[in-house]
Each structure stands twice: as C-alpha cells, then as structure tokens.
Write a protein that binds this ligand. Structure first.
Ligand SMILES: CC(C)(COP(=O)(O)OP(=O)(O)OC[C@H]1O[C@@H](n2cnc3c(N)ncnc32)[C@H](O)[C@@H]1OP(=O)(O)O)[C@@H](O)C(=O)NCCC(=O)NCCS
Length: 243
C-alpha cells in the first residue's frame, strides 16, 4: 500500500506514518512539493494549459507528534502553505510575478490580469492550472478520490443515468461529481452566477479506456470537459471554454 493511501483518521486527516518529517513554521520557506502523477494526468488532458502542483504529505508531522485535537489545524496549515507554493511556482514558470493570488468574495482566486486559473486539493495533493485569456475564457480543474462513490449517488440532482459515461457506471457518480465541480469552477468566475449539480448537463462524445471527453452545458454556455481515471482510485478533470 502506498503510504499516502493510509486510511483517514476520525477527523478526516490523512497523516502518514513517516520518519522523514521535515516540518516548517510560519515565515519559513516552504519545502518543495513532490512530483505526483495527477499533475501529469492533468497535463495530458489539457496540453495547452500550464499545470503545476504535487504532494505535500512530507510537510506534515508524524501523527504521534500531534495531538488529535491539533491534527485538523496541522493539515489546514499544510494545505494553505502547499497551495501557496503550488501557485507561486506556477506563476513563476509562466513568467509572472511570484505573488500568490488572493481570494475573491466568491472563493475563487484573483488571477493575474489576462489570465484564468483554477485550484484543487484533495488529501495531501494540490494542483493548479493557468492559461492566458487570449486562449481560454474559462478554466476549471478538479481532483477527487473514487473510494466512496456510493455516497455520492445520494446527492440531489448529481446527474441523470444517461449522464454517466457508458461502461463506467460503477465510478460514474465520482466522475460526474468531479466534472460538474470543474464546470462550476470555470463558469462561476465567468458569469458570476451560482448553480447546483442539476444546473449542469453532461454528454460524453468520446469514452476511451481511462480517458473521456464531452460537453457540459450550464447557464446556456457549452463547456469542453475532459476526464481521466488512469490513476487507481483517482479522477482528474478539466473544464474549458476556449477563447
Ligand atoms: C468551489 C467548489 C466547487 C470547490 O470544490 P471542492 O471540491 O470543494 O474543493 P477543491 O479543493 O477541488 O477546490 C477548492 C478551490 O476551488 C476554488 N474556488 C472556490 N470557490 C470558487 C468559485 N466560486 N469559482 C471558482 N473557483 C473557486 C478555490 O481556488 C479553492 O482553493 P483555494 O481556496 O485553496 O484557492 C465548492 O466548494 C463549491 O463552492 N461548491 C458550490 C457550488 C457547487 O458545488 N455546485 C455544484 C457543482 S455544479
């Protein structure tokens, strides 16, 4: 078993058993993110988009060093720092100032002028994507685990049966959840409008092995959706509206 796949504890933390705790404190230069195949997966799905990120489990203290009450805070802190590092690395690679974009009231990031972007984190992985508005009008990305998809079927309006990718009904709810989240992340900053899962319709045009492509519609806008389940127990999704 991969150490990052250790079961969640009762507070929902994924703290891995590790002897290589590097640690960091407020103001200290964060450690590097570790390469993660989810980043390659997203790059494959959207070749023209800048994608960065990685894993940060090694930034967390060993569970024995943190009281159960403090674990949630330790994970929140690691997520914040890792996301900041992911974003400044991505901006640097794009030739932009390495200043972490702040949050808008909607929760979205305030991307540098002339750019759209998106962030997702799950467990101890973080990913972010960035594109110039000359190429892309709207962009959303998402990473999710497919471990507990049964519970997702109970979400009101998650999707009609014919929205599930054919042949992938078992993990279909996880795929729909992820894809519709990307559509929200792409369109909410573009239109300023909020909508739920039942406000998005999905149709697949190509379902091939571990990768699928299709079109989603929400708020009268057509969105190009791409999804990969190449990594066991994970789904990575991208939503794009081209310029
Ligand atoms: C925004 C939302 C989709 C985030 O999804 P999530 O799976 O919970 O979390 P993720 O880790 O994948 O994404 C979190 C990132 O979403 C981004 N985000 C938050 N609100 C956003 C918005 N309104 N527009 C675009 N991106 C947004 C943020 O960058 C955040 O990361 P950060 O705070 O570190 O920068 C979700 O929290 C939400 O607000 N949902 C309400 C709307 C909804 O779910 N509709 C049904 C889907 S159609």
């Amino acid at each position: 078993m991969n150490d990052l796949d250790a079961p969640l504890d009762s507070t929902g933390l994924r703290l891995r058993e590790t002897r290589e705790y590097l640690g960091f404190s407020e103001g200290e230069q964060p450690k590097d993110l570790r390469m993660d195949p989810l980043v390659d997966d997203l790059r494959r799905l959207a070749p023209g988009i800048s994608v960065g990120g990685g894993a940060f489990a090694h930034w967390l203290p060993p569970p024995a060093d943190v009281s159960p009450d403090d674990r949630h805070g330790a994970l929140r802190q690691a997520i914040r720092s890792a996301t900041g590092k992911c974003l400044t690395d991505l901006l640097t690679e794009a030739g932009l100032p390495a200043v972490e974009p702040g949050h808008l009231a909607s929760g979205s990031r305030d991307w540098p002028a002339g750019h759209v972007g998106s962030v997702s984190h799950k467990g101890t992985r973080v990913v972010a994507a960035l594109a110039p508005t000359s190429d892309v009008r709207a962009l959303g990305i998402d990473i999710e685990t497919l471990d507990h998809v049964e519970g997702l079927s109970e979400i009101d309006g998650l999707g009609a049966a014919d929205e599930l990718p054919p042949g992938y009904e078992a993990v279909g709810p996880g795929i729909l959840f992820s894809v519709k989240e990307t559509v929200y992340k792409a369109l909410n900053p573009l239109t300023g409008r909020e909508f739920g899962f039942d406000g998005v319709t999905v149709s697949w045009v190509r379902v091939h092995s571990t990768e699928m492509r299709g079109t989603a519609r929400a708020d009268g806008v057509a969105v190009d959706i791409r999804c990969s389940i190449a990594l066991p127990s994970w789904v990575a999704s991208v939503a794009l509206v081209s310029a």
